[in-house]
Design a protein around this ligand. Structure first.
Ligand code: NAI
Length: 336
């Protein structure tokens, strides 16, 4: 099948080509560097399948252009699908597939990397020691043992975080409309959101972004949290209202922030902008806080995860070619 692959980076080319060769499918790939948008969607004309990533735009107008060009399958090479208008895809006869749970460990371990780095100020110590500054003031941390971690969304990634943090001797609380017995078996306790905000020393977000979870952490949520709370977001940027977060940091109510995702990341992340002036003043303000650690949507970025993503993407495309149904379809019911 002919596949137009948007937002291609060198590593996408490497892993997707290897998976395609290994499966002996020989799908025909066109690697495109631009992000998928209304302007770039016509590049996929004549391609039965389009492969897209987290910041590719798949709203109704883009899907209309793809459908008019003959596209029948959108194969997302990611787990989240907040960037797709599923109802429009359904109406236009486009099947959407994704890669669910490719390596929950990759994201969970990065989440824990942010927690540990922020707590022990590893990001600041690294810069100090290189400058010959071995003073310890400002680097004081706390023992994780006995602290309470609140996990919002106890799906595949949330469960992994729960497992790791209970290994540190933390008390683990969870909020999820769908309760998981594995979470309880690990010693986790389900509570309502308000109690999770009130009791947690560390709050970490692992739920999908949808209309119910948009700005889940806003000014009211921050008010309900402990003073000095650590907030970690490796889910999706818009789960957190960034302006409220900045106000919380300025007042000292929020003690630490670790972000792998950002509300307006599509204009920033995955590109080398080091020669340019950052135009996003809110993001620039976030970068000024010593107790904020930001990574550019790299939680998924391990060899194991990229291998799994490429293999499942090829599986989705091959199954669709075979019987019109990808291995991991997204149905319109998920909108409910
Ligand atoms: P999953 O589908 O296994 O788990 C999500 C959980 O969130 C489910 O248990 C669901 O019931 C729960 N949930 C749904 N609505 C909720 C709500 N209103 N409040 C609390 N919980 C709610 O998904 P998985 O694989 O664990 O991924 C979670 C999210 O992590 C994805 O949606 C994606 O946005 C993000 N992600 C980020 C990556 C990164 O590189 N930073 C990589 C992969 C995923």
């Amino acid at each position: 099948m002919k596949v137009a692959i948007f937002s291609t980076k060198p590593y996408d080319r490497t892993f997707l080509t290897a998976a395609n060769d290994a499966a002996l499918n020989r799908h025909e790939f066109l690697f495109l560097e631009p992000r998928l948008s209304r302007d770039t969607a016509p590049l996929a004309r004549g391609f039965m399948a389009v492969c897209a990533f987290v910041n590719d735009m798949l709203d109704r107008p883009v899907l209309e252009i793809l459908a008019a060009g003959g596209t029948k399958l959108v194969a997302l090479r990611c787990a989240g699908f907040n960037n797709v208008d599923l109802a429009a895809a359904h109406e236009l006869g486009i099947t959407v597939a994704r890669v669910p749970g490719y390596s929950p460990e990759a994201v969970a371990e990065h989440t824990v990397a942010l927690i540990l780095s922020l707590n022990r100020n590893v990001h600041r110590a690294y810069a100090r020691v290189r400058e010959g500054n071995f003073a310890l003031d400002g680097l004081l941390g706390f023992d994780l043992k006995g602290r309470t971690v609140g996990i919002v969304g106890t799906g595949s990634i949330g469960i992994c975080v729960a497992r790791i943090m209970s290994g540190f001797g933390c008390r683990v609380l969870g909020f999820d409309p769908r309760q998981d017995t594995e979470f309880i078996r690990l010693g986790g306790r389900y509570v309502d959101l308000d109690e999770l905000w009130r009791q947690s020393d560390i709050v970490t977000l692992h739920c999908p972004l949808n209309p119910q979870t948009r700005h889940l952490i806003d000014a009211a949520a921050i008010r309900a949290m402990k003073t000095g709370v650590m907030i970690i977001n490796t889910g999706r940027g818009a789960l957190v209202e960034t302006r409220a977060l900045i106000r919380g940091l300025k007042s000292g109510k929020v003690g630490y922030v670790g972000l792998d995702v950002y509300e307006e990341e599509s204009d920033l992340f995955f590109e080398n902008l080091s020669e340019q002036i950052i135009q996003d003043d809110i993001f620039a303000r976030l970068l000024t806080f010593p107790n904020v650690l930001i990574t550019g949507h790299q939680a998924f970025f391990t060899q194991d995860a990229l291998t799994a993503i490429a293999e499942t993407t090829i599986e989705n495309i091959s199954q669709f070619e075979l019987d019109g149904r990808p291995a991991h379809p997204l149905s319109v019911e998920l909108l409910a």
